[in-house]
Design a binder for this molecule. Structure first.
Ligand SMILES: Cc1ncc(COP(=O)(O)O)c(C=O)c1O
Length: 379
């Protein structure tokens, strides 16, 4: 279903055409109000009780579980994507002589950990080069199927963060299982903008940054951990993640065991009283709109933006390999000038390599489309 513009829910000035959801989504007016209330509550710590440390975190886990078709118990709350990938890195072994597979120009939070670990294990990072036809899925499957291929870990996104090209993770996951390789996902540029069924993909770890398409606040992320990995080691030894931590009077009865499921992987201070309610409201709003409806609507908006760009001589990844929500336009060496001219016209996008990355959301309306068209034609 195509949704009408939701601009009225955001505080976006009329002269701003914000096509940069892949960089950071604005908090809604409701989230800003909730944030002001939760900050004010922190001015009265005598009203914050031990029983307040879990309910908002549980709401985040519940929303994540229903959006991604997993159990709330499988969700850990973490501060950043790199933290989640480091947790995966601490728990997954790179066998001697085996490698880690990534794709070209992948976001660094899902690269650096593997570079370090591969070096320490005597393995290597194998990078799948950008396929000319943008069919990443076939290129990755071919690499995994290559005679003599030895991979311990396959570390991927669902959507390339600069081109918006899609990867079929269900197919990739099947190939990983055949090889005995663990699958680690950074879903920051797809979760919330297009339907993602984690139960069907069945990764070992999947990390979700929230401040883009999941409409959360910066510094609050979550991570799916497959039940088969839930006996693993957390990155830090955080007291809230230990058994019986609800009993503040008994915290020095040190516990060897953890809270159930993926909670052992929670970051310290995950109760974050200011950011958590903002995060919950963002997830609630997404579920009210419906992720399928968001994808349909963003696809319709992007189709129009793509046509305008093509008329101006800038092409995107072909339709069949493109995500519904993000558009990478090849601008070559003209990128910096183009970005600056668009900004002068009130149009905000990002430059990533040779791609102008255009990422609208539901605040976009017909006026924004006209502003984009006039700005593109004038440059
Ligand atoms: C694909 C992707 N992953 C992760 C991040 C952010 O990572 P971190 O939370 O480690 O700063 C970004 C930010 O642009 C991103 O585009």
């Amino acid at each position: 279903m195509i949704l009408p513009s939701q601009r009225h829910l955001f505080d976006i000035p009329r002269d701003v055409c914000y096509l940069n959801a892949a960089y950071m989504t604005p908090l809604t007016k409701a989230q800003q109000e909730i944030g002001a209330v939760s900050a004010a509550q922190n001015g009265r710590p005598w009203e914050v009780f031990p029983e307040d440390f879990n309910p908002t975190s549980d709401k985040i886990r519940n929303h994540a579980a229903s959006m991604f078709n997993v159990r709330a118990d499988d969700i850990a709350i973490i501060p950043s994507v790199s933290y989640g990938i480091a947790t995966a890195g601490k728990n997954l072994i790179i066998e001697a002589g085996s490698n880690v597979l990534v794709i070209e120009d992948q976001f660094p939070s899902n690269i650096y950990e593997w570079q370090e670990n591969a070096k320490a294990a005597g393995g290597a990072i194998v990078t799948v080069p950008t396929p000319e036809d943008h069919d990443w899925t076939s290129a990755i499957l071919e690499a995994l199927d290559h005679p003599g291929a030895a991979y311990s870990i396959v570390a991927l996104p669902q959507v390339h963060w600069s081109s918006g090209a899609l990867i079929d993770l269900v197919k990739v996951s099947k190939a990983c299982r055949k090889l005995g390789a663990a699958l680690v996902l950074d879903l920051t540029q797809s979760a919330g903008a297009m339907p993602t069924d984690i139960a069907e993909i069945d990764p070992d770890f999947a990390v979700f940054g929230t401040y883009k398409w999941l409409m959360g606040p910066y510094s609050l992320c979550f991570m799916y951990v497959a039940p088969r990995q839930q006996e693993g080691q957390p990155l830090e030894q955080n007291w809230l993640a230990r058994k019986d931590s609800e009993d503040f009077a008994g915290l020095v009865n040190y516990q060897d065991s953890y809270q159930p499921g993926a909670r052992r992987f929670d970051m310290g201070e995950r109760s974050n009283f200011i950011l958590s309610p903002i995060c919950v409201e963002g997830l609630r709003q997404l579920q009210e709109w419906g992720v399928g409806n968001i994808a349909d609507t963003l696809q319709a908006i992007n189709t129009r933006l793509c046509e305008t760009a093509a008329e101006c001589g800038f092409n995107a990844v072909p339709d069949q390999f493109r995500s519904p929500h993000m558009l990478g336009l090849y601008v070559g060496s003209k990128g910096r000038d183009l970005l600056a001219s668009l900004k002068d016209a009130g149009v905000f996008a990002s430059l990533r390599g040779e791609m102008l990355r255009v990422a609208p959301h539901l605040w976009i309306d017909d006026h924004d489309m006209d502003v984009f068209e006039v700005a593109m034609r004038s440059v």
